[in-house]
Ligand binder design. Sequence first.
Ligand SMILES: NC(=O)c1ccc[n+]([C@@H]2O[C@H](COP(=O)([O-])OP(=O)(O)OC[C@H]3O[C@@H](n4cnc5c(N)ncnc54)[C@H](O)[C@@H]3O)[C@@H](O)[C@H]2O)c1
Ligand SMILES: O=c1ccn([C@@H]2O[C@H](COP(=O)(O)OP(=O)(O)O[C@H]3O[C@H](CO)[C@@H](O)[C@H](O)[C@H]3O)[C@@H](O)[C@H]2O)c(=O)[nH]1
Length: 327
Amino acid sequence: MEILVVGGAGYIGSHMVKRLTQGSAAVVTLDNLSGGYRDAVHSGVFVHGDVADATLLNRLFSTHRFDAVMHFASFIQVGESVQEPAKYYQNNVSNTLNLLNTMVAFGVRRFIFSSTAAIFGEPQQVPIDERHPKAPINPYGRSKWMVEQVLADYDRAYGIKSVSLRYFNAAGADPAGDLGERHDPETHLIPLVLQAASGRRPQIRVFGRDYDTPDGTCIRDYVHVTDLAEAHWLALAHLMAGCGSAAFNLGNGNGFSVQEVIDVARRVTGKPIPVLDEARRSGDPARLVADSRLIREQLGWRPVCADLDRIVADAWRWELAGAHTRV
Ligand SMILES: NC(=O)c1ccc[n+]([C@@H]2O[C@H](COP(=O)([O-])OP(=O)(O)OC[C@H]3O[C@@H](n4cnc5c(N)ncnc54)[C@H](O)[C@@H]3O)[C@@H](O)[C@H]2O)c1
Ligand SMILES: O=c1ccn([C@@H]2O[C@H](COP(=O)(O)OP(=O)(O)O[C@H]3O[C@H](CO)[C@@H](O)[C@H](O)[C@H]3O)[C@@H](O)[C@H]2O)c(=O)[nH]1
């Protein structure tokens, strides 16, 4: 089996490259290193290039017979997407079309897509299942929902079978300690809390304590990055078995507030972790929790690192291993 991993030098993609290699798949990673790192790709062939480059894609698809494409590459910052929507629609939608059109031209018909809980917008109820209305409230979420809709059309017209995986909050790091989260700038809660614990940052800022939640801080569903990689592996098996297109919500079904995450991090690290209370960050829903029964039922997904202490402990090992010297 030969798999093209687009965006495989990034946080989630690099864990996927490792999982594919463990499963004896041959991997080609395509990444422009706009947000990823060459040294995060530990196996397979690495191609430094942009998914916007049609000539490069033609060359890649001419020289390999890919069984499937996994597409992690996109811009990922919600706030930036509001300020610079053109950048987001270009990379997340237009460049994805470029990739899909190359797949159509070369007869590659299996596609696994990194979607997001942000396609649901402000939830009408939690937990959020797959039938929940899609009402994204920012260009980032809209770009992902647009691609999901394109995928439905490309299945009908061109027979491209896809699985869209809507991650809730990806977190944690590879348990062996050789991969982890390296966003720059980092905007995600858990790595920022741990940077405050290690002294790389003076404190963690808490964005809002006036939400309609038990302690007033926002609730999220944190899912371990290796459990996400396993979901992709199962999605690949689903497509290789000739099954049809699908979309699944991916989370543990447990919500943790920002304050609870800080409390867990204090316990796991043994560090005090100073806190600075700030105003709400715009566009943050109070609660996002996944109903992931569908992927459990249909693909047999069983997260093995669902415990928040475990997620934080793995991320802490990565932080202590000197992630800061690499970024
Ligand atoms: N991190 C999360 O919590 C989260 C949640 C929901 C969805 N997602 C989605 O998962 C995917 C991966 O997220 P991540 O956290 O690993 O992000 P990341 O930024 O670490 O990884 C994305 C990778 O794609 C590459 N890339 C971007 N544009 C490219 C282009 N035009 N050509 C080639 N390579 C390009 C970057 O260099 C980077 O290595 C993204 O699509 C993101 O929207 C992430
Ligand atoms: O310094 C910080 C950073 C975050 N938060 C809060 O922590 C929670 C989680 O924030 P963050 O880690 O940034 O994740 P989300 O905003 O929930 O977004 C993530 O999860 C989405 C799906 O739920 C994905 O689409 C996005 O790509 C990904 O960034 C939110 O309530 C934030 O307000 C803070 O209080 N202080």
